[in-house]
Design a protein around this ligand. Sequence first.
Ligand code: ADP
Length: 173
Amino acid sequence: MRTQPNIIITGTPGVGKTTHCETLAQSTGLKHLSVNEVVKERGCHDGYDEELKSWIVDEDKLLDAIEDEAKQGGYIIDWHACDLFPKSWIDLVVVLRVDSEQLYDRLKSRDYPEAKLQENLDSEIMQVLLQEARDSYDEEIVVELSSNTTDDMESNVERIEGWVKQWREDNAQ
Ligand code: ADP
């Protein structure tokens, strides 16, 4: 049994995952597990795709790399996919959503190649991550939250903090 919860914060790149995770790590004491960094630092990839400017992730290596930590609990997993993590590891899945205009501006300022920018805008419009979350986890643990404004972010953070507090009370030994 885990004594701390694991949360996935997912969504299209640019939606605000890192910002939410960093704030939540500060306020809850849970650890921010940036899958991007794990992939890079622990070599969980089959090289780099120059065209898309992203790592080609080896999911088996990635799961092996984080299994011990995840089983312990206490992590906020930050990644633009969620269907690879075993259900038994995960207590809450937050899918952040953003309007197209906002997302366009955020990705543009990151100098994304046009193809990658378009792919991500399409993915957000098609609710790809929301669908992936709903297909992969029980509906009671999947929450969709807006991340258009800083007010949105503050209320999301408060809501997740409240959830963590409740989880800890419910699972106190
Ligand atoms: P992700 O980790 O999902 O790629 P980031 O957390 O890096 O997204 O956020 C991308 C950019 O958008 C950052 O400049 C961040 O400050 C901004 N941003 C994210 N969420 C919000 C929000 N809810 N309101 C305003 N700006 C935001």
